[in-house]
Design a protein around this ligand. Structure first.
Ligand SMILES: Nc1ncnc2c1ncn2[C@@H]1O[C@H](COP(=O)(O)OP(=O)(O)OP(=O)(O)O)[C@@H](O)[C@H]1O
Length: 309
């Protein structure tokens, strides 16, 4: 299997003495969409910046398509596209000129056909003569992607690609990312929108205080950790949970008006009907009930909290 990205024993200690990454290893095969998740300050940008050669690692190695990002920096960088969080600042440059300029920065000969193809694939062709300042925030974000793709990278880092964009534009961006994946581009994205990771990523990695605490296929995470939760609205506050119901692991809300528990079908789970009967036997009357699938957001929050963030 060819790896688009291979990180081994990566460590970053900033001059302040702050340890931002510790002994981090990760392999991303070609063609994968990998979502890097984690709370603010977990080390996501540090990791991306090291891979892109913007920040120096304190230890460990990073290889891009087999090229070491320090010893073979030119070859590695030529294969990387980076879409940063910040919007473009070159206000008066036109879209087309800005994207063509980015290609030149990588030492590539001008290729108007390539620039046209990139602009068309991102629905920017009609705006090609607009100065950057005349574009909406979402369009500017697309220009950043176009710039990052101008030199035909095979590994694309997207740092919070949809931060602050509206819902319909977010869907457009997702379609763009899927399209890039179909073209064979490997994508590593950071996001604080967990539904985004769920919708796009083949695998997710959860970073916490510079350590990867989970790296697994998204579908597997949802299947194994997703589960369902049952919430019961009570007719009257329940002062104390009867001991005879302890096996159900019910949790009482602070106002004592709700009970909840994991209701994922599994061995030992009695089913909702028998559970209600057992409650009724203790005189606990239920007014309403609902079940909800745990989202990726719930899972990641639990993971980050479990490990003491
Ligand atoms: N130049 C620096 N000097 C010292 N500490 C730094 C430096 N850059 C980043 N840090 C610290 O390293 C930690 C990781 O920062 P990083 O930007 O990688 O986190 P992040 O996961 O990308 O966060 P966010 O989700 O907010 O973008 C933070 O605690 C940050 O304060």
């Amino acid at each position: 299997m060819t790896l688009a990205l291979q990180i081994a024993g990566l460590r970053k200690v900033y001059d302040s003495g702050f340890v931002a990454l510790q002994d981090l290893s990760l392999s991303v095969p070609r063609g994968e969409v990998f979502a890097l998740l984690g709370p603010n300050g977990a080390g996501k940008s540090t990791l991306i910046n090291i891979a892109c050669g913007i920040v120096r690692a304190s230890g460990g190695t990073v290889q891009v398509e087999g090229f070491d990002t320090v010893r073979e920096a030119r070859q590695a960088r030529a294969r990387i596209g980076l879409v940063p969080q910040e919007l473009p600042s070159d206000a008066f440059t036109t879209v087309q000129a800005g994207v063509a300029y980015s290609r030149g920065l990588f030492g590539h000969a001008p290729n108007p056909a390539r620039i046209e193809a990139v602009l068309r694939s991102l629905s920017l062709w009609d705006q090609r003569r607009s100065p950057m300042k005349a574009l909406s925030g979402g369009m500017k974000r697309r220009v950043l992607i176009a710039k990052a793709l101008s030199h035909e990278p095979s590994l694309l880092f997207l740092d919070e690609p949809t931060a602050g964009v509206d819902v319909s534009l977010r869907r457009d961006m997702w379609a763009t990312i899927r399209q890039l994946r179909e073209q064979g581009v490997t994508i590593i994205l950071t996001t604080h929108y967990l539904e985004e990771a769920q919708a796009l990523a083949d695998r997710i990695g959860v970073l916490r205080r510079g350590e990867l605490v989970l790296v697994r296929p998204t579908a597997e995470v949802m299947r194994e950790l997703g589960g369902k939760r049952l919430t019961l609205q009570l007719q009257q506050p329940l002062v104390e949970l009867p001991e005879g119901l302890a096996d159900l692991a019910l949790q009482r809300s602070a106002d004592a008006m709700q009970l909840s528990c994991d209701c994922t079908p599994r061995e030992g789970w009695p089913g909702i009907g028998p559970l209600l009967q057992r409650l009724a036997a203790y005189g606990i009357a239920v007014q309403d009930l609902q079940t909800a699938q745990r989202s990726l957001e719930d899972i990641v929050i639990d993971l980050v909290e479990e490990t003491g963030a």
